[in-house]
Design a protein around this ligand. Sequence first.
Ligand SMILES: Nc1nc2c(ncn2[C@@H]2O[C@H](COP(=O)(O)OP(=O)(O)O)[C@@H](O)[C@H]2O)c(=O)[nH]1
Ligand SMILES: [Mg+2]
Length: 320
Amino acid sequence: MSGSRGPPDIPKMLAGLQARDRRSIAQACTLLETLKPGALDLIAALGPRLGRALVIGFTGPPGAGKSTLVNAYIRVLRQQGYSVAVVAVDPSSPVTGGSILGDRVRMTAAAEDDEVFVRALASRGSLGGLSPAAVRIIDALDGAGFDIVLLETVGTGQSEIDVAEVADVRVVIVAPGLGDDIQAMKSGHLEIADVLVVNKGDLPGADITRTQLSATLGMRSGGMSGVPILKTTATSGEGLAELAAKLAEIGTIRMAAGAQVRRLRRARYLIARAAADLVAERVKAGGVTELEALADAVLAGTLAPRDAAAIFVDPLRRAE
Ligand SMILES: Nc1nc2c(ncn2[C@@H]2O[C@H](COP(=O)(O)OP(=O)(O)O)[C@@H](O)[C@H]2O)c(=O)[nH]1
Ligand SMILES: [Mg+2]
């Protein structure tokens, strides 16, 4: 970049990404996170390189051990010779400017490893929200040529569940003793999983949690009973080899879908999120004559709310 002001030098940034220069990678991540001038140029320039990385998502409630597991998994992937980037999103974290996963990674050998890059996002100025920013950062890291990008997200709200779906392979992590009854977990939380992990396998409640999870899957429709449930202890590495083998197996299948499929999944997510935000902004702005007229029609009982919404997002439908 040409200093801290002015538009970034995109060709220089691209060369830096290609050289896996950490400063360039960090700058590219920031540019896409903030969508400052030059961001679209970078996305356009990255285009042909995108879709090569395998994105593996780890989602689950806070404290389940996602970061610990991701950190342990990084070591496995490094032993196998893969370069790894991590995007960790934790909106509940009070950490700003610092890191969520980063502190933990720094304590390991990975911190000295040029083939590992960690980007943590907490509540700060990511344009359009944390989740879309994370997806754009995946593009930056994919464009930098990392073999594997790990996405850690807190699986609490619907928007966090949605972002997990941009991953090519999805791991949902639960742990005993979180007071988060499995049976009460909202459907979307479990349904996205390619692999379910009961972490903290060293705790006494782990087997009960696993049995509960298995019973819950059996009751769900949509072939969830075939989803593997693995037990891990992230702190000791117990069960990690089995998890890594399963992820490699699924990853190989997902990679075969081709780069374009994986790129498009991310682009579609970003469009859908932006569209939802636009509608929400229009509604929030209030005073929209159209909205008032539609509200009157709904109150009068001449229009169902859903039909009113259809007209609101696409006024041409009125003619239908
Ligand atoms: N007993 C036990 N504790 C664990 C295990 N994995 C993680 N923890 C601990 O659980 C806490 C939360 O872990 P963290 O990785 O930050 O959870 P995250 O919020 O899901 O990312 C930390 O104190 C970890 O040391 C495990 O397998 N067993
Ligand atoms: Mg974490």
